[in-house]
Design a protein around this ligand. Structure first.
Ligand code: DGY
Length: 323
């Protein structure tokens, strides 16, 4: 079976695939579209990245494709309907990156609240001339209100991290979350209320038609001028132009961002704003998480080749039809 991998992934996982014919794209930037279309022509499995658009055209160029193992928990880069119609199994990498991503959300929250990015730039520029009563004042965290937008695996883990800071927790989700309600006394609220009440808002939703621009100019206008917005989910959930305008107008105090509307492009306006901490989509970037994600992809491919079920299939209807 031929497996095409669109970027070098941790070695351990590749060893699991040693019995198969594996080809790996060696570039450091996303594989050019034309090359990917050629490479999938004889592939039975594709291990793709969240930056690879996997659409109907690509699937048509890959007549032998049985499985797309997306090296991410989010799979908005894959046209799931197109895969399902063609009988192609799609898998993702849930659970193994939950801690890493929740931890990065906290890191960004702290960094934005306490102006770590600005403080670092200031210090490195040799501008630190001595302790100052008004130097780099930020927002305190203990006892404040946390707004968790999306209470799935990562949102739940993130929210549970607030325990040590005695925070009041509101969450926005379609489903009730017993873990948060019983463990933290968290309350399920609508998005407008959450934006209005929270001192810290952290986004943990998947990107769908419904969540695109969920955080728009109207929602940003509801934030407190002292509030901080964190996004480690997907960039298009926030209207980036509206965020720039809101930050410039002082509608919120700061933002901590790991994801952007047109990745890897980041608007120059956003980069020019001092009170935004910007990271290069590194939510899952720990040695542990990335290694485990690669292994999940490899196991998913092997399971599908063996005709066995794997729990991380995102289009289960394909599986049911096969049985
Ligand atoms: C994912 O897996 O979807 C994350 O965005 C990776 O950081």
């Amino acid at each position: 079976m031929r497996i095409y991998v669109t970027r070098r992934i941790p070695e351990g996982a590749l060893k699991l695939l040693a019995d198969h014919d594996v080809e790996i794209y060696q570039g450091e930037i996303p594989i050019p579209r034309r090359e990917l279309l050629e490479k999938v022509a004889d592939a039975s499995a594709l291990i793709s990245l969240l930056s690879d658009p996997i659409d109907a055209e690509l699937m048509d160029a890959a007549p032998h494709l049985k499985v797309i193992a997306n090296y991410a928990v989010g799979y908005d880069n894959v046209d799931i309907d197109a895969a399902t119609k063609r009988g192609i199994v799609v898998t993702n990498t849930p659970d193994v990156l939950t801690d890493a991503t929740a931890e990065l959300a906290w890191a960004l929250l702290f960094a934005a609240a306490r102006r770590i990015g600005e403080a670092e730039r200031f210090t490195r520029a040799g501008r630190f001339t001595g302790w100052g009563p008004q130097l780099m004042l930020g927002q305190g965290i203990r006892g404040k209100t946390l707004g968790v937008v999306g209470a799935g695996r990562i949102g739940t883990r993130f929210a549970l991290g607030s325990r040590g800071f005695e925070m009041k927790v509101f969450y926005y989700d379609q489903e009730r979350n017993e873990t948060l309600e019983q463990g933290l006394g968290a309350k399920k609220v609508d998005i407008s209320y959450l934006m209005y009440e929270a001192d810290f808002v952290s986004i943990h939703l998947p990107l769908t038609q419904e969540t695109k621009h969920l955080i728009d100019a109207h929602q940003l206008a509801r934030m407190k001028p002292t509030a901080v917005l964190v996004n480690t989910a997907r960039g298009p959930i926030v209207d980036e132009a509206a965020l720039v305008a809101a930050l410039r107008a002082g509608k919120l105090a700061a933002a901590g961002l790991d994801v952007y509307e047109r990745e890897p492009e980041i608007s120059k306006e956003l980069i020019g704003i001092q009170n935004v901490v910007i990271a290069p989509h590194i939510g899952s970037a720990t040695h542990q998480a990335r290694g485990a994600m690669a292994e999940l992809c490899a196991y998913a491919v092997l399971k599908v080749f063996a005709g066995e079920m794997t729990p991380n299939i995102v289009n289960r209807e394909v599986w049911s039809k096969r049985r």
